[in-house]
Design a protein around this ligand. Structure first.
Ligand SMILES: [Fe+2]
Length: 273
C-alpha cells in the first residue's frame, strides 16, 4: 500500500493493503484515509468497515440500507417524489456520535453519485487546534466536562438546511444527555485534542450557561479556522475514513437537484454502550 499526502493532512492510499495493521496505522497517522475509485458491494463495504470497530446503526432508521442496517444512505435523490436517503446531513462542524456515551471512532463514506458542484467535506484538525492554544487556556480546559446532546448548537431551526437532521418523536426518545471532556485524550494515539466544541456541545458541567456558551463559541471559532482545515473532494467509488476523536467535519451544501449519493458506516470506540 503506497501512501501519499492529501494536502495539509490526511493520506491517500493506492490500494487497500491485505495487512489490516498497515491500514489501521495509516488511518490514525493521517486522521483521514482515502481510497479512490473502488467498486464495492454493500457487504464488502461493511466487511471492510468492521475491521475498524463495531458499526452502530444511525438513529435515523428510515434511511438504513434495506439489507444492511449498519449502512445509512445519504442522498438527495427522490424516487416517485419520495426521498431515497438522508439529504443535507451534517452541514455544520461536528463530530459523529458525540451525543452518545461511547462515540464514533471512525466514519466511512463510499461515494456513489458525485454532484457536479459542491458536496466536499471539510475537516478541521483538533490535535492542531488544541496544540495551538495558549498555556493558560489549556490549563483552564484541563478538567472541564461538556454536556452533549443530539443537535447543532448553532442552528436549532427545524426548517433550516444546517440544522441537525430532524428526528421523529420516537427517535428523539432514544437520545439523551451525555458527558465528554472538552479536551479529550485520543483513545488510540493518546494525543490530546479538542473534542466536539462545535455541534453537540450545549453546556459545561458546573458552569453558568451563558459563560459556558461563550467559552464553547470561542473554542469553536478557534478550532474551525481555515488554517486547521482540509477540503476533501470526492470522485465516484471513493472510500473515505476519518478519525472522529481528532477531527471536526462539515458537509458542504449541494444543489437539491444535483444528484448525490453516499453510503455511510460509523463504527464506535471500545465501550459498553
Ligand atoms: Fe457527520
Amino acid at each position: 500500500m503506497r501512501l501519499t499526502k492529501l494536502g495539509g493532512f490526511g493520506l491517500q492510499a493506492d490500494a487497500i493493503s491485505p495487512d489490516f495493521r498497515e491500514v489501521w496505522d495509516a488511518f490514525f497517522a493521517g486522521q483521514i484515509l482515502v481510497f479512490r475509485n473502488l467498486q464495492l458491494k454493500a457487504a464488502q463495504f461493511l466487511e471492510f468497515a468492521r475491521q475498524f470497530g463495531r458499526p452502530e446503526p444511525h438513529v435515523i432508521d428510515q434511511f438504513h440500507h434495506p439489507e444492511h442496517a449498519d449502512i445509512l444512505i445519504l442522498s438527495n435523490v427522490k424516487k416517485d417524489g419520495a426521498p431515497t436517503g438522508l439529504a443535507d446531513a451534517g452541514t455544520y462542524f461536528h463530530t459523529d456520535y458525540s451525543y452518545l456515551e461511547v462515540p464514533a471512532r471512525a466514519t466511512l463514506l463510499y461515494s456513489i453519485q458525485v454532484p457536479s458542484k459542491g458536496g466536499d467535506t471539510l475537516f478541521a484538525n483538533q490535535y492542531a487546534a488544541y496544540d495551538a492554544l495558549p498555556g493558560t487556556m489549556k490549563h483552564k480546559l484541563e478538567s472541564l466536562v461538556a454536556l452533549h446532546h443530539y443537535g447543532n448548537r448553532d442552528d436549532l431551526d427545524k426548517g433550516s438546511r444546517t440544522v441537525a437532521s430532524v428526528l421523529s418523536e420516537e427517535q428523539e426518545k432514544k437520545v439523551t444527555w451525555v458527558r465528554h471532556p472538552v479536551v479529550r485524550r485520543h483513545p488510540v494515539t493518546g494525543r490530546k485534542a479538542l473534542y466536539a466544541v462545535s455541534g453537540s456541545s450545549f453546556g459545561i458541567e458546573g458552569m453558568p450557561q451563558d459563560e459556558a456558551i461563550d467559552l464553547l463559541d470561542e473554542l469553536r471559532d478557534h478550532a474551525t479556522q481555515e488554517k486547521y482545515q482540509y477540503r476533501l473532494k470526492y470522485g465516484v467509488g471513493d472510500v473515505v475514513i476519518w478519525d472522529n476523536a481528532s477531527l471536526l467535519h462539515a458537509a458542504t451544501l449541494t444543489e437539491p437537484d444535483d444528484p448525490r449519493t453516499l453510503w455511510r458506516i460509523t463504527v464506535k470506540e471500545e465501550g459498553k454502550s
